[in-house]
Ligand binder design. Structure first.
Ligand code: PGA
Length: 930
């Protein structure tokens, strides 16, 4: 596991780590001769780099700074350090998995904190019944949603090398090898490490959106298709253990979604055509994924009629499948006494025909393609039933059930594609369409009087704009075409499309405009032109003001009859998306966390009042400043009853590879996510740490106000934008080519912070080690609070630290971020700021806040030293500190050299490459980009 905050770490379980670390290492069989996994990896990498130059090995082991290397070796040195940081992350992931296994071996699955077994055991002990748990499990809607956010600096080639290294380590763990065989494995490991070191880190070109789609699909193909049935097995085993009367298999019920190919907010490369192509890719991948399992079944299902009697109902299913396969004769003669093989053969013919229709390849003319995954699932269900009836239970469980679960979860769509666009574009296009043919005086647009009334009137009316004879703007054409794509896709497979995420929603009119577009686009039930849309339109609230306004927006929105009807079409549900990074960028860490929590509570209440189930989609993950936090704790801190079985969360960039690049880790992460939702649903109504507490709420409100003022005072300081641009590599990040989309929406300029995406904002503050996005404002808030309220103030803070789960989480994450901030390194970056007065003023504020935050954290938590409560985190940071310090020194030097040129792109290409590699290295060392 890398040290990225991936919403999955359980850094709050030191007792388990302490007990098991030693045994896990011994079990790993790699501890030989005092050489742990890290030692083994370091020795192999050193052997490889030493061949190029002996100093490189010194840089690797931290005895020499990269800055001291001869200039011609800088690129090599950076490449070596980056490889080392990646190997460290692999070693972390590997030991985390070994530790979990060791815990399970010693105790049981119950001992793994946050596992299904652990959670189910707990809720049963608290009084939940097996039936109740089963009911909640049956209704779960847990949606990991993959995004192509530009935060992943590793290419697929590099990820594949990582996977092979991980697998070689796993193989080496086995005890059965002879010394010679073990030697061979170590040689293989060295070979892969050599490749890692020789494989260029830098992308020469920006990835295209198709490449991003392929990147996302890589994880489904390689890991998730196979892992999901295992998750069902783990869940079933946990139920069998704790509620044996409820022991029938339980589906893990996940609902994967993706934004890749659908998120066009600020990304001009995601066009309607591209979305259509992406949908095809997702469908093709799902269809292809069933070929292998069916072929395997065909080989293995050799049950013969000579040995058992096949149930009559299955004979009917077989007959019909043979007819629809168009290959009755061939199938009947090929395996005459093996009806199950014949059945699978027929299914395969139909599946291949379905796939050929997708790819345009020639197909068997007689085979009838599947109309839906449900149809294929029905057939597999019939097979399962027949196997159970003849007593082949183990065969059914081992070979057929996984396929049933895969079909249920991945269908023919792999993951539901969400569409995202921002409200500015949606409003602009709706205005253009409403104004078609209107006289100047009748024209409407957002911001002008009459806009809201006109939208509502249009939503009531069955009329649609007549586009004939009008030349539309590019944005309008795109959106009109996009809705055609959505409509076609939904007709073909309703599950292929997820939600329409409306980013930057700030008013009820934004939502009305989007509903209008969807209705005009014909995404309605039936042909009635005034029917409500069946498309789930999800507002994304991202700024502090918008979060505050969200409950009223929701309330008003639901009162609009056409929208209420649309919600009915969607099962009386309204999903609301919450933006963690933008609210953090807008109001600072504390305020963002508090406003997010408050908004959830109030939005939930509005839902209860209006009889609409409001569920939340959390746009969070990655670094702490973008909402990253240990999954279990982050979910456990949600306000009571606001999860209720449904939760979506973004899985983004490097987090995707940190969580889903290896099967064991993926299984664990999915388990923690699902089990946490289950736990919150059953426990939150009566947990004391989540209980409404007027005194705490009032204190949080006060702290939030104080923190927001301190943060605003910093970012509004004169010269702040220059300070940010000059002291960080924010402009140079764009040259990294890690994502298809630009760093700014609407082509904003570096002088304007508002259009800068939150990712480069956090990314840049991480690179220069200020990391202020994860802690700034908290010191002042706590200090002023205590100054005003005296001793009682400190008492309240301490009491909240003990008794409020949200406050505790905020303090813990701030403490970790604060430890990772390094003011000595930050000072070097501050030297890049040209105007001394600006440098002194801004850096002075940051330093003062840093010191105050440190003091207040120590006072509130009662610890002597920051981060001592998080030994794993501390170790991860300390371990890379010597090499990372050298990389920062070098980056500062390179920034000043490269910036000496009038145009950055004209700088010495080797210096530029070294600069970009230093950015990679820093991200790999910190464990995240931003
Ligand atoms: P966004 O993502 O810019 O796509 O809204 C922000 C984030 O993930 O931090």
């Amino acid at each position: 596991m890398s040290n990225v905050e991936v919403m999955s770490q359980h850094d709050d379980a030191p007792e388990i780590r302490a007990q098991t670390r030693e045994s896990a290492m011994a079990d790993a069989g790699l501890e030989q001769g005092g050489q742990g996994i890290r030692g083994l990896l370091l020795s192999q990498l050193s052997a490889v780099v030493r061949r190029r130059h002996p100093d490189l090995a010194k840089v690797l082991n931290g005895t020499m700074s990269i800055r001291q290397l001869d200039e011609v070796l800088w690129l090599d040195g950076l490449q070596a350090i980056a490889a080392w940081f990646q190997l460290l992350a692999i070693a972390e992931e590997y030991t985390a998995t070994s530790r979990r296994r060791a815990v399970e071996r010693k105790g049981s699955a119950d001992a793994v904190l946050g596992s299904f077994s652990n959670v189910i055991g707990q809720v049963m002990a608290d009084g939940s019944s097996g039936d109740e748990i089963r009911r909640v499990l049956g209704g779960l809607r847990v949606g990991p949603t993959m995004t192509a956010h530009p935060t992943e600096t590793k290419r697929i080639t590099v990820l594949e090398i990582h996977r092979r290294i991980y697998r070689t380590l796993t193989e080496a763990e086995e005890q059965r090898w002879s010394p010679r065989e073990r030697e061979e494995l170590i040689d293989r490991l060295r070979g892969e490490i050599e490749l890692l070191w020789l494989t260029g880190e830098l992308r020469l070109e920006k990835p295209s959106v198709d490449q991003e789609v392929a990147w996302g699909l890589h994880f489904f193909k390689e890991i998730l298709f196979e892992t999901v049935p295992k998750l069902g097995d783990v869940l079933t085993a946990a139920m069998r253990r704790h509620a044996p009367e409820n022991a029938t298999p339980v589906s893990p019920n996940l609902r994967f979604a993706t934004w890749i190919g659908g998120d066009r907010d600020g990304n001009p490369f995601v066009t309607a055509e591209l979305t259509r192509d992406s949908l095809k890719e997702y469908r093709r991948t799902a269809l292809e994924s069933y070929i292998g399992p069916l072929e395997k079944l065909m080989v293995e299902l050799s049950v013969s009629t000579n040995v058992c009697t096949i149930p009559e109902t299955f004979r009917d299913a077989l007959n019909s499948a043979m007819d629809l396969s168009g290959r009755r004769d061939t199938i009947a003669t090929r395996n005459p006494n093996e009806p199950f093989r014949q059945f699978i053969c027929a299914l395969l013919a139909r599946l291949r025909a379905t796939l050929a229709d997708e790819t345009g390849d020639p197909r068997d003319a007689g085979a009838t393609p599947y109309r839906s995954p449900a149809e294929m699932r029905g057939e597999i269900q019939a097979l399962n039933q027949a196997l159970v009836e003849i007593g082949a239970i183990a065969v059914a469980e081992r070979l057929v059930r996984p396929l049933l679960w895969q079909l249920e979860i991945f269908g023919f769509h792999t993951a539901a594609l969400d569409i995202r666009q921002n409200a500015t574009i949606v409003n602009k296009v709706v205005a253009e369409l409403l104004n078609l043919g209107a006289s100047e005086g009748d024209r409407v647009e957002k911001g002008r009087p009459g806009w809201g009334e006109r939208l509502r009137e249009a939503l009531r009316s069955p009329a649609k704009p007549d586009l004939q004879g009008h030349e539309l703007s590019e944005d309008a054409l795109e959106l009109v075409n996009l809705f055609k794509v959505i409509r076609d896709a939904k007709i073909k497979d309703n599950r292929a499309i997820g939600a329409f995420i409306l980013s930057m929603t700030e008013s009820v009119e934004d939502m009305v405009a989007c509903h209008l577009l969807a209705r005009w686009g014909g995404i309605t039930a039936g042909d009635d032109p005034s029917a409500a849309t069946t498309l789930a339109i999800v507002p994304l609230f991202e700024t502090i003001d918008d979060l505050r306004a969200a409950p009223d927006i929701l309330d008003e929105m639901i009162s609009i009859p056409a929208i209420r009807r649309s919600l009915r079409e969607c099962g009386d549900r309204q999903e609301v998306m919450l933006g963690y990074s933008d609210s953090n960028k807008d109001g600072g860490f504390f305020t963002s966390n508090w406003e997010l929590s408050k908004a959830q509570r109030t939005l939930h209440d509005v839902g209860v009042k209006r009889r609409v189930k409001v569920s939340f989609f959390h746009g969070r993950g990655g670094s702490v400043s973008r909402g990253g936090a240990p999954t279990g704790r982050a979910i456990a801190a949600q306000p009571p009853e606001t999860v209720d079985g449904a939760l979506r969360v973004t899985e983004q960039g490097e987090v995707v590879s940190a969580k889903f690049a290896n099967k064991g880790t993926a299984l664990h992460n999915l388990e923690i996510l699902t089990a946490s939702v289950l736990a919150h649903t059953l426990k939150s109504p009566h947990e004391k740490e989540l209980k409404e507490n007027a005194e705490f709420n009032e204190a949080m409100e006060a702290l939030s106000g104080l923190s927001q003022t301190a943060y605003a005072d910093l970012i509004k300081s004169e010269g702040f934008i220059d300070y940010f641009n000059q002291s960080s590599p924010v402009e140079e990040l764009g040259l990294l080519n890690i994502g298809s989309r630009p760093a700014r929406r609407f082509g904003g300029s570096p002088k304007d912070l508002s259009e800068l995406r939150a990712i480069p904002w956090v990314f840049a503050w991480s690179q220069n080690r200020h990391l202020m996005t994860g802690w700034y404002g908290i010191g002042t808030a706590f200090d002023s609070f205590v100054k005003v309220r005296g001793e009682d103030g400190m008492k309240i803070l301490k009491s909240m630290f003990r008794n409020s789960r949200l406050f505790r989480l905020i303090v813990d994450e701030v403490e970790k971020q604060h430890y990772q901030c390094d003011l000595e390194i930050a000072t070097d970056y501050a030297r890049l700021v040209e105007r001394q007065s600006v440098r002194e003023e801004i850096f002075g504020k940051i330093r003062a806040e840093y010191e105050l935050t440190r003091k207040m954290l120590i006072d509130v938590t009662g610890t002597e030293d920051l981060s001592e409560r998080f030994p794993v985190h501390k170790r991860q940071i300390d371990r890379v500190a010597p090499q990372l310090k050298g990389v920062h020194d070098l980056q500062v030097e390179l920034l000043s050299r490269v910036r000496d040129n009038a145009k950055i792109r004209e700088a010495d290409p080797r210096m530029l490459d070294a600069l970009l590699l230093s950015i990679h290295c820093t991200s790999a060392g910190l464990g995240w980009t931003g």
